[in-house]
Design a protein around this ligand. Structure first.
Ligand SMILES: [Zn+2]
Length: 105
């Protein structure tokens, strides 16, 4: 059963049902002190700050230079690897069925 309670947001001072607040297990009532709209506005305000945008650009510049796995050469290399794996698997001896719980007396 979900009990609907009314709670006041510490940011905008509005009163809303508890479904308008995010979960925060550390707080006594298990909910965030700010309503979801205020949290969203806070995150939006932060993400548009120039220093945050500069940090994002720096991060993507550093981490974009990773190998691309969708080039034709990479696709063919991956296909070769899987063909080899299938071949190796087909030729290896079958494992014996083991069931540790089945004990014959
Ligand atoms: Zn609010």
């Amino acid at each position: 059963m979900t009990l609907i309670k009314i709670k006041r947001c510490t940011e905008c001072d509005g009163t809303y049902p508890n479904v308008k607040f995010g979960v925060r297990k550390a707080s006594p009532d298990g909910l965030n002190a700010r309503c979801k709209s205020c949290i969203n506005a806070m995150h939006l305000a932060r993400s548009t700050r120039p220093e945050v945008q500069a940090a994002k650009r720096r991060y993507f510049r550093l981490h974009r230079a990773r190998p691309c796995y969708s080039t034709p050469a990479a696709i063919e290399a991956r296909r070769d690897y899987h063909r080899g794996w299938k071949r190796r698997r087909a030729t290896r001896p079958a494992r014996e069925a083991t069931n540790s719980k089945a004990v014959s007396v």
